[in-house]
Design a protein around this ligand. Structure first.
Ligand code: FES
Length: 121
């Protein structure tokens, strides 16, 4: 297993992301609060560069009794990455697509030592 440096913890503000080249692969490293997550930059749908998409909060749509949508709001506790090719959304924390558990991002191992972030593939 090869290990690649992905920068220093101090390089990432809350909500930041960097896409790092790891040999023949690319990995997106994300910071949400004090936690870090690493996902292969290859969408579970059609292999698009998912980690380079927009980061946004999960949209919540409350439905009325007749199942119409009346309001939309953002879930401040859940950040998503939106694939730039077809718009599939994945949880940055779990890697799961929000509409189907069939689609999930591939996790990369991540370690933090002495304030430095390393990705292992
Ligand atoms: S390749 Fe990512 S949504 Fe299609």
């Amino acid at each position: 297993m090869a290990e690649y440096m992905a920068g220093n913890v101090a390089d990432y503000a809350d909500g930041d992301r960097k896409v790092v080249v790891c040999g023949e692969f690319e990995v997106g490293v994300f910071r949400i609060g004090s936690e870090f997550y690493a996902w292969h930059n290859r969408c579970a749908h059609r292999a698009g560069p998912v980690c380079q998409g927009r980061i946004m909060k999960r949209v919540l749509e409350a439905t009325a009794d007749d199942m119409t949508v009346r309001t939309q709001s953002y879930d401040e506790a859940e950040s998503h990455i939106v694939c730039p090719w077809h718009g599939y959304e994945f949880s940055i924390k779990t890697g799961y697509h929000q509409g189907s558990s069939r689609f999930r991002l591939r996790k990369a191992e991540l370690a933090i030592r002495d304030g430095e972030i390393y990705v292992s593939l």
